[in-house]
Design a protein around this ligand. Structure first.
Ligand SMILES: O=P(O)(O)OC[C@H]1O[C@](O)(COP(=O)(O)O)[C@@H](O)[C@@H]1O
Ligand SMILES: [Mg+2]
Ligand SMILES: [Mg+2]
Length: 336
């Protein structure tokens, strides 16, 4: 049984046997994420001091201005996962297409692909507000030793073998699941070691926090408008509190600890919402369900959605189970 203050390394060794499919590779993969997280954390923490904040002058496939820290984090995670020869392919928010990692080498027995949002909450970088990294891991479905194909990446969220995030906040935490619950590790920056600080994280069934960009209110579907009004009404334990950080990882993390719901709905401005299914919604949905929470697009379970494109967007509602089900009820009623 894992006990608090165990190091991440001790935890991985102790739980390696429970990693499905893992011949130690998944453990090494999580260790690589740990290393990359420490490197990125170092840059995030001094972003104001060096020429690393601000736009990189490029735009990514999403048409979004790439912030330098987005580019830096993307390079570090890809470099770490490549150099340690653990995965056969990587897809990233900051890369137009997936990257094959020696997968055509018949001696390459690596069987995992990783999808990442290297820097989540980009709008917060220049204003010293918390940001994150999100990762999602699948077993490849094409034969080992052959080139990876897009099919290795377009898998339903229910097929993930691991998922997690790093939150670069007042402290830096790595929170992940391999399908056996969710555990949170806090970095001691003085010695560069992650310690198990939040064993077996669980969403409270109910909460009193709702997180949504209300600046888009007039563009939301009627069901979402009705649910937001429900949150604001004087009745029972309501009105709820509105908290929106502008970083999915940070809002999700707070809501998982305190109870709450995060929504990025579709709108007349974004017909499928803003968040990407493969490297934002699916990993956060895996974590949510492993922590007794829920994640849907308002009508369907996120992890049942059949992906069609690498960067496809879906509406996203995630958090405390009873709150998500109440929002879904408003969405259904508005449709009838
Ligand atoms: O500024 P908006 O439109 O409310 O969007 C904020 C949302 O967009 C995101 O920043 C999207 O993620 P990226 O920063 O990785 O593009 C989420 O983290 C956040 O919840
Ligand atoms: Mg993001
Ligand atoms: Mg991002």
């Amino acid at each position: 049984m894992s006990q608090k203050n165990q190091t991440l390394g001790e935890f991985i060794i102790e739980n390696q046997a429970s990693f499905k499919y893992s011949s130690g590779e998944l453990s090494r993969l999580i260790n690589s994420v740990r290393l990359a997280a420490k490197v990125v954390n170092h840059e995030v923490n001094k972003a104001g001091l060096v020429d690393i904040i601000g736009a990189a002058g490029e735009t990514n496939i999403q048409g979004e201005d790439q912030q330098k820290l987005d580019v830096y984090a993307n390079e570090k995670f890809i470099q770490t996962l490549t150099n340690r020869n653990i995965v056969c392919g990587i897809a990233s928010e900051e890369e137009d297409d997936y990257v094959s990692i020696n997968s055509q080498d018949e001696n390459n027995q690596n069987k995992y692909v990783v999808l990442i949002d290297p820097l989540d909450g980009s709008s917060n970088i220049d204003v010293n507000v918390s940001v994150g990294t999100i990762f999602s891991v699948y077993r490849r479905i094409t034969p080992v030793g052959t080139p990876v194909t897009i099919d290795d990446f377009l898998q339903k969220g229910s097929q993930q073998v691991a998922a997690g995030y790093v939150v670069y906040g007042t402290s830096t935490m790595l929170v992940y699941t391999t399908g056996d619950g969710v555990n949170g590790f806090t970095l001691n920056p003085a010695i560069g070691t992650f310690y198990l600080s939040h064993p077996n994280m669980q969403f409270p069934l109910d909460g009193r926090i709702y997180s949504v960009n209300e600046g888009n209110y007039i563009h939301f579907p009627q069901g979402i408008k009705n649910y937001i009004k429900y949150c604001q009404m004087e009745e029972g334990d309501r009105p709820y509190t509105s908290r929106y950080i502008g970083s999915l990882v940070s809002d999700f993390h707070r809501n998982m600890i305190k109870g709450g719901i995060y929504m990025y709905p579709k709108s007349s401005k974004n017909s499928n919402g803003k968040l990407r299914l493969l490297y934002e919604c699916n990993p956060m949905a895996f974590l949510a369900e492993q922590a007794n929470g829920k994640a849907s697009d308002g009508f369907n379970r996120i992890m049942d959605i059949e992906p069609t494109e690498l960067h496809q967007r879906v509406p996203f509602i995630c958090g405390s189970k009873n709150m998500v089900e109440k929002a879904e009820e408003f969405m259904r009623n508005a449709e009838n």
